[in-house]
Design a protein around this ligand. Sequence first.
Ligand SMILES: NC(=O)c1ccc[n+]([C@@H]2O[C@H](COP(=O)([O-])OP(=O)(O)OC[C@H]3O[C@@H](n4cnc5c(N)ncnc54)[C@H](OP(=O)(O)O)[C@@H]3O)[C@@H](O)[C@H]2O)c1
Length: 349
Amino acid sequence: MQRREIAHGGGLCHGWKGHSHFAHFYSQMNQPIMRQMKAIRIHTYGGPEQMQLEDAPVPACGANDLLVRVVAAGVNPIDWKIRAGAMAHGLPKAFAVTLGWDAAGVVDAVGGSVTTFKPGDEVCFYAEFARGGTYAEYVAVDASQVALKPRTLAFAAAAALPMAGQAAWTALVDNAKIERGMRVLIHGGAGALGSVAVQLAKDAGLHVIATASGDGVALVRSLGAEEVIDYRSQRFQDHARDIDVVLDTIGGPTQEASWGVMKPGGILVATAMPPPPERAAAAGVRAAFVFTPPRGAVLAQLAERVDAGRLRVLVGQEFALADAAHAHRLGESGKARGKMVLHINAPRV
Ligand SMILES: NC(=O)c1ccc[n+]([C@@H]2O[C@H](COP(=O)([O-])OP(=O)(O)OC[C@H]3O[C@@H](n4cnc5c(N)ncnc54)[C@H](OP(=O)(O)O)[C@@H]3O)[C@@H](O)[C@H]2O)c1
């Protein structure tokens, strides 16, 4: 294959002729042009109606970046929270903003300092919040945030893993420091984050209790939970006792009722709503709000577990990129079953 230098939105990347859409242009002209792609962008915060499928420049590929041709993007609750402006203070954005933070795709080009990946590699990642932009045909991402796609997963499932998987890891391994024999209560065990957490905890030898509803109850049992409480028909606080670790992916009354089921000195790790420190102190336990940094090394460990058959990734409804607003509506309604994914490019050029 022939190696050539390609300008992407101002950056300089190395790509392989056989894998680059753009090589064709460069075989015909000598000077860089600003290439365009399709992307779902917003120009102001608001409802799903703000999401426009439009032309946008292919992002710049910096020296430490990969330019990835996106095959599938995961849809996360944070996506609609950012779209609605709920994170505008913590994560201010300059419009236009391309939505999306999870993706799986094929490396199209690499920055000059990148030695860990090459064009043609199949990868997945969760992009840092300052950049994001995975609801698009191309995205630039720091190579340290990327892992090779699990061999045994299709791109859609690989796009469902990175943010939820790394959040579960950060909560249980980094924050809660889980150990064999502990008792863990995982709220939302059938959700994207909770389903990974149930499997990580089971794999580490914990006694796993989870909440879910409807057919999620059997699903979570099949992932290895010893006890599953249907939160729609039962009060978890009537069943769960002596808990070392609560993973609260819900917040509100669920978090409030969790303090009373914990062992003294236990820890509540929350992903949806920051736990008040004074509430934890009153209950004689510790509390942490999970902040999940994108880490390729953690994602690679999750991918290894997937390929070893130790971690299942659940995918729910799948949509075309143009239907991203529909996915947001469904997600915000609380009626989505399972992790939603957008299909963007075909796996092969
Ligand atoms: N802080 C971080 O770094 C971080 C990272 C990732 C995600 N998050 C946050 O974590 C939360 C979960 O994310 P996700 O991707 O797992 O969402 P998800 O896939 O939509 O899952 C949510 C789950 O919650 C369940 N649920 C709803 N109400 C419940 C209740 N009262 N009790 C128990 N379970 C309930 C739902 O079950 P049913 O379908 O049966 O109702 C669903 O399975 C979101 O708020 C997200 O923004 C934070």
